[in-house]
Design a protein around this ligand. Structure first.
Ligand code: GLY
Length: 301
Protein backbone atom coordinates (compact mmCIF):
# COMPACT_ATOMS: atom_id res chain seq x y z
CA UNK A 1 0.00 0.00 0.00
CA UNK A 2 1.30 3.47 -0.91
CA UNK A 3 1.90 6.02 1.85
CA UNK A 4 0.93 9.68 1.52
CA UNK A 5 0.81 12.78 3.71
CA UNK A 6 -0.47 16.34 3.33
CA UNK A 7 -0.18 19.21 5.82
CA UNK A 8 -1.54 22.76 5.80
CA UNK A 9 -0.69 25.95 7.62
CA UNK A 10 -3.99 27.71 7.17
CA UNK A 11 -6.05 29.63 4.64
CA UNK A 12 -6.02 33.42 4.63
CA UNK A 13 -3.60 36.05 3.48
CA UNK A 14 0.07 36.09 4.41
CA UNK A 15 2.52 38.95 3.77
CA UNK A 16 5.43 38.24 1.42
CA UNK A 17 8.04 38.48 4.17
CA UNK A 18 6.43 35.75 6.26
CA UNK A 19 6.21 33.24 3.41
CA UNK A 20 9.75 31.79 3.79
CA UNK A 21 9.09 31.06 7.50
CA UNK A 22 5.78 29.46 6.67
CA UNK A 23 7.34 27.29 3.95
CA UNK A 24 10.12 26.22 6.27
CA UNK A 25 7.59 25.23 8.96
CA UNK A 26 5.42 23.33 6.49
CA UNK A 27 8.46 21.43 5.20
CA UNK A 28 9.49 20.56 8.78
CA UNK A 29 5.98 19.37 9.61
CA UNK A 30 5.81 17.24 6.47
CA UNK A 31 9.19 15.70 7.20
CA UNK A 32 8.22 14.82 10.80
CA UNK A 33 5.12 12.95 9.66
CA UNK A 34 6.83 11.42 6.64
CA UNK A 35 9.64 9.94 8.73
CA UNK A 36 7.06 8.06 10.80
CA UNK A 37 5.04 6.82 7.83
CA UNK A 38 8.29 5.67 6.17
CA UNK A 39 9.10 3.58 9.25
CA UNK A 40 5.71 1.87 9.01
CA UNK A 41 4.06 3.87 11.79
CA UNK A 42 0.32 4.48 11.64
CA UNK A 43 -1.42 7.46 10.04
CA UNK A 44 -2.55 8.83 13.42
CA UNK A 45 1.04 9.04 14.70
CA UNK A 46 2.09 10.79 11.48
CA UNK A 47 -0.62 13.48 11.54
CA UNK A 48 -0.07 14.16 15.24
CA UNK A 49 3.71 14.51 14.75
CA UNK A 50 3.24 16.85 11.79
CA UNK A 51 0.77 19.07 13.65
CA UNK A 52 2.96 19.13 16.77
CA UNK A 53 5.75 20.73 14.71
CA UNK A 54 3.44 23.55 13.62
CA UNK A 55 2.10 23.95 17.18
CA UNK A 56 5.70 24.67 18.23
CA UNK A 57 6.31 27.45 15.68
CA UNK A 58 5.15 31.08 16.08
CA UNK A 59 4.43 31.52 12.37
CA UNK A 60 1.31 29.35 12.71
CA UNK A 61 -1.94 29.90 14.60
CA UNK A 62 -1.80 26.82 16.85
CA UNK A 63 -0.07 25.99 20.13
CA UNK A 64 2.72 28.57 20.72
CA UNK A 65 1.81 31.58 18.58
CA UNK A 66 -1.95 31.06 18.76
CA UNK A 67 -4.18 34.06 18.17
CA UNK A 68 -5.56 35.71 21.31
CA UNK A 69 -9.05 36.26 22.66
CA UNK A 70 -10.29 39.81 23.14
CA UNK A 71 -9.06 39.48 26.73
CA UNK A 72 -5.53 38.67 25.50
CA UNK A 73 -5.52 34.95 26.35
CA UNK A 74 -4.80 31.78 24.36
CA UNK A 75 -7.73 29.34 24.01
CA UNK A 76 -7.04 26.47 21.63
CA UNK A 77 -9.08 23.75 19.92
CA UNK A 78 -7.89 20.53 18.25
CA UNK A 79 -9.28 17.29 16.89
CA UNK A 80 -8.14 13.97 15.38
CA UNK A 81 -9.93 11.08 13.69
CA UNK A 82 -8.91 7.67 12.39
CA UNK A 83 -10.62 6.21 9.35
CA UNK A 84 -10.50 2.68 10.72
CA UNK A 85 -13.56 2.52 13.02
CA UNK A 86 -14.28 6.29 12.88
CA UNK A 87 -12.57 6.99 16.20
CA UNK A 88 -12.52 10.63 17.30
CA UNK A 89 -10.69 12.67 19.94
CA UNK A 90 -10.93 16.42 20.43
CA UNK A 91 -10.29 19.20 22.93
CA UNK A 92 -11.75 22.71 23.08
CA UNK A 93 -10.89 25.99 24.81
CA UNK A 94 -7.68 24.70 26.42
CA UNK A 95 -5.14 27.25 27.64
CA UNK A 96 -2.45 25.29 29.45
CA UNK A 97 -1.49 22.67 26.87
CA UNK A 98 1.57 23.10 24.62
CA UNK A 99 0.32 20.47 22.16
CA UNK A 100 -3.48 20.30 22.04
CA UNK A 101 -3.27 17.76 19.20
CA UNK A 102 -1.43 15.31 21.49
CA UNK A 103 -4.17 15.74 24.08
CA UNK A 104 -6.84 15.20 21.40
CA UNK A 105 -5.13 11.91 20.50
CA UNK A 106 -5.31 10.90 24.17
CA UNK A 107 -9.03 11.66 24.17
CA UNK A 108 -9.38 9.44 21.08
CA UNK A 109 -8.08 6.57 23.19
CA UNK A 110 -10.54 7.31 26.01
CA UNK A 111 -14.30 6.70 26.39
CA UNK A 112 -15.13 10.26 25.28
CA UNK A 113 -14.74 12.16 22.02
CA UNK A 114 -14.52 15.81 23.14
CA UNK A 115 -13.31 17.42 26.36
CA UNK A 116 -13.30 21.17 27.02
CA UNK A 117 -11.56 23.72 29.25
CA UNK A 118 -10.43 22.77 32.74
CA UNK A 119 -11.85 19.24 32.38
CA UNK A 120 -9.61 18.65 29.37
CA UNK A 121 -6.63 20.00 31.31
CA UNK A 122 -7.33 17.71 34.26
CA UNK A 123 -7.52 14.80 31.81
CA UNK A 124 -4.12 15.88 30.44
CA UNK A 125 -2.52 15.52 33.87
CA UNK A 126 -4.12 12.09 34.30
CA UNK A 127 -2.57 11.06 30.97
CA UNK A 128 0.83 12.45 31.98
CA UNK A 129 0.85 15.49 29.70
CA UNK A 130 2.40 18.55 31.37
CA UNK A 131 0.43 21.74 31.98
CA UNK A 132 2.18 24.95 30.99
CA UNK A 133 1.79 28.58 32.02
CA UNK A 134 -0.72 30.07 29.51
CA UNK A 135 1.57 33.09 29.14
CA UNK A 136 4.26 30.81 27.70
CA UNK A 137 2.05 30.14 24.67
CA UNK A 138 1.76 33.83 23.74
CA UNK A 139 4.31 34.82 21.08
CA UNK A 140 5.78 38.32 21.03
CA UNK A 141 4.03 39.04 17.75
CA UNK A 142 0.61 38.05 19.12
CA UNK A 143 1.21 40.15 22.24
CA UNK A 144 2.15 43.17 20.11
CA UNK A 145 -0.93 42.72 17.93
CA UNK A 146 -3.17 42.55 20.99
CA UNK A 147 -1.56 45.62 22.57
CA UNK A 148 -1.96 47.55 19.30
CA UNK A 149 -5.63 46.60 19.23
CA UNK A 150 -6.04 47.79 22.82
CA UNK A 151 -4.65 51.14 21.66
CA UNK A 152 -7.20 51.19 18.83
CA UNK A 153 -4.63 50.38 16.14
CA UNK A 154 -6.48 47.39 14.76
CA UNK A 155 -4.93 46.41 11.41
CA UNK A 156 -1.79 48.46 12.01
CA UNK A 157 1.39 47.11 10.50
CA UNK A 158 3.48 45.53 13.24
CA UNK A 159 6.68 43.58 13.53
CA UNK A 160 7.08 39.83 13.85
CA UNK A 161 9.43 37.94 16.20
CA UNK A 162 12.29 38.51 13.75
CA UNK A 163 11.69 42.29 13.81
CA UNK A 164 10.18 42.40 10.30
CA UNK A 165 7.11 44.48 9.51
CA UNK A 166 4.03 42.35 9.02
CA UNK A 167 0.30 42.51 8.73
CA UNK A 168 -1.18 39.06 8.66
CA UNK A 169 -4.34 37.05 8.56
CA UNK A 170 -3.73 33.34 8.97
CA UNK A 171 -5.46 30.32 10.37
CA UNK A 172 -5.42 26.80 11.72
CA UNK A 173 -3.00 23.97 10.91
CA UNK A 174 -3.72 20.37 10.01
CA UNK A 175 -2.64 17.12 8.39
CA UNK A 176 -4.07 14.04 6.67
CA UNK A 177 -2.25 10.76 6.08
CA UNK A 178 -2.52 7.31 4.54
CA UNK A 179 -0.31 4.63 6.13
CA UNK A 180 1.08 1.40 4.70
CA UNK A 181 -1.74 -0.61 6.26
CA UNK A 182 -4.25 1.42 4.23
CA UNK A 183 -5.56 3.41 7.19
CA UNK A 184 -6.33 7.13 7.11
CA UNK A 185 -6.18 9.84 9.77
CA UNK A 186 -6.95 13.57 9.96
CA UNK A 187 -5.78 16.15 12.51
CA UNK A 188 -6.55 19.86 12.99
CA UNK A 189 -5.30 22.35 15.60
CA UNK A 190 -5.94 26.06 16.07
CA UNK A 191 -5.82 29.12 18.27
CA UNK A 192 -9.14 30.05 16.65
CA UNK A 193 -10.13 33.45 15.33
CA UNK A 194 -8.37 36.54 16.62
CA UNK A 195 -10.20 38.59 19.23
CA UNK A 196 -12.81 35.88 19.78
CA UNK A 197 -14.99 36.01 22.89
CA UNK A 198 -13.65 33.92 25.77
CA UNK A 199 -15.22 30.47 25.56
CA UNK A 200 -15.81 30.63 21.80
CA UNK A 201 -15.26 27.22 20.20
CA UNK A 202 -14.84 26.98 16.44
CA UNK A 203 -14.98 24.19 13.89
CA UNK A 204 -11.59 22.60 14.55
CA UNK A 205 -12.66 20.26 17.41
CA UNK A 206 -16.00 19.44 15.74
CA UNK A 207 -16.01 16.11 13.88
CA UNK A 208 -17.22 16.54 10.31
CA UNK A 209 -16.44 20.26 10.40
CA UNK A 210 -12.73 20.67 11.23
CA UNK A 211 -11.72 17.12 10.33
CA UNK A 212 -13.07 13.79 9.11
CA UNK A 213 -11.62 10.41 8.11
CA UNK A 214 -13.18 7.24 6.73
CA UNK A 215 -10.93 4.47 5.40
CA UNK A 216 -13.49 3.67 2.70
CA UNK A 217 -13.34 7.18 1.20
CA UNK A 218 -10.73 9.65 2.43
CA UNK A 219 -9.64 12.12 5.09
CA UNK A 220 -9.89 15.93 5.31
CA UNK A 221 -8.55 18.72 7.53
CA UNK A 222 -10.11 22.18 7.14
CA UNK A 223 -9.13 25.78 7.89
CA UNK A 224 -10.90 29.12 7.72
CA UNK A 225 -13.90 30.87 9.20
CA UNK A 226 -14.96 28.35 11.84
CA UNK A 227 -18.59 29.32 12.24
CA UNK A 228 -19.28 28.79 8.52
CA UNK A 229 -17.20 25.59 8.38
CA UNK A 230 -19.16 24.14 11.30
CA UNK A 231 -22.53 25.17 9.87
CA UNK A 232 -21.73 23.46 6.57
CA UNK A 233 -19.83 20.45 8.02
CA UNK A 234 -17.13 21.14 5.45
CA UNK A 235 -14.83 18.16 6.16
CA UNK A 236 -17.71 15.69 5.90
CA UNK A 237 -19.04 17.40 2.78
CA UNK A 238 -15.70 16.81 1.06
CA UNK A 239 -15.19 13.20 2.24
CA UNK A 240 -18.75 12.13 1.40
CA UNK A 241 -18.44 13.49 -2.16
CA UNK A 242 -15.59 11.03 -2.80
CA UNK A 243 -18.29 8.39 -3.29
CA UNK A 244 -19.19 10.14 -6.56
CA UNK A 245 -16.38 12.45 -7.57
CA UNK A 246 -12.60 12.71 -7.97
CA UNK A 247 -10.61 14.19 -5.06
CA UNK A 248 -10.27 17.55 -6.88
CA UNK A 249 -13.96 17.68 -7.71
CA UNK A 250 -14.96 16.62 -4.18
CA UNK A 251 -12.84 19.34 -2.58
CA UNK A 252 -14.11 21.97 -5.03
CA UNK A 253 -17.77 21.00 -4.63
CA UNK A 254 -17.52 20.98 -0.83
CA UNK A 255 -16.09 24.51 -0.83
CA UNK A 256 -18.79 25.65 -3.26
CA UNK A 257 -21.39 24.22 -0.86
CA UNK A 258 -19.90 26.25 2.02
CA UNK A 259 -19.84 29.40 -0.11
CA UNK A 260 -23.36 28.95 -1.40
CA UNK A 261 -24.95 28.08 1.94
CA UNK A 262 -22.99 30.29 4.34
CA UNK A 263 -20.98 32.84 2.29
CA UNK A 264 -17.97 31.60 4.27
CA UNK A 265 -14.28 31.35 3.47
CA UNK A 266 -12.14 28.28 4.02
CA UNK A 267 -9.57 25.84 2.74
CA UNK A 268 -9.00 22.11 3.04
CA UNK A 269 -6.52 19.33 2.37
CA UNK A 270 -7.93 15.98 1.28
CA UNK A 271 -6.41 12.55 0.86
CA UNK A 272 -8.34 9.72 -0.78
CA UNK A 273 -8.29 6.06 0.25
CA UNK A 274 -5.92 5.52 -2.72
CA UNK A 275 -3.53 8.23 -1.52
CA UNK A 276 -4.55 10.91 -4.04
CA UNK A 277 -4.14 14.41 -2.59
CA UNK A 278 -6.15 17.53 -3.29
CA UNK A 279 -6.01 21.04 -1.80
CA UNK A 280 -8.66 23.73 -2.27
CA UNK A 281 -9.31 27.19 -0.83
CA UNK A 282 -11.36 30.30 -1.58
CA UNK A 283 -9.14 32.73 0.33
CA UNK A 284 -6.23 34.77 -1.06
CA UNK A 285 -3.80 31.99 -0.32
CA UNK A 286 -3.23 28.80 1.61
CA UNK A 287 0.01 27.20 2.79
CA UNK A 288 0.39 23.46 2.32
CA UNK A 289 2.88 20.66 1.67
CA UNK A 290 2.44 17.07 0.57
CA UNK A 291 4.29 13.95 -0.43
CA UNK A 292 3.38 10.57 -1.90
CA UNK A 293 5.51 7.45 -1.97
CA UNK A 294 8.04 7.58 -4.81
CA UNK A 295 7.56 11.34 -5.28
CA UNK A 296 9.41 14.43 -4.07
CA UNK A 297 7.78 16.76 -1.52
CA UNK A 298 5.79 19.77 -2.72
CA UNK A 299 5.71 22.84 -0.46
CA UNK A 300 3.52 25.86 -1.26
CA UNK A 301 2.80 29.03 0.66
N1 GLY B 1 -10.98 27.48 11.75
C1 GLY B 1 -10.59 27.83 13.03
C2 GLY B 1 -11.59 28.58 13.79
O1 GLY B 1 -12.37 29.32 13.22
O2 GLY B 1 -11.60 28.46 14.98
Amino acid sequence: MTIALAVHGGAGSVPEELIPYRKEGLAQALEAGWQLLGKGKDALSAVVAAVEVMESLPQFNAGYGSSLTDEGRVEMDAGVMTGDGLHVGAVAAVSRIAHPIRLAAEVLHSRHILLAGSGAETFATIRGLPLVDPADLISRRRQRLWEARQRGEQGAALTDDAGKTIQVVQDTVGAVALDNAGHLAAATSTGGMSWKSPGRIGDSPIVGAGFYADDALGAVSTTGWGETIARSLLAYQAVSRLEQYTPEESARRALQFLERKTQGWAGLVLISAKGEISVAWNTKTMGYAYRREGEAATVYS
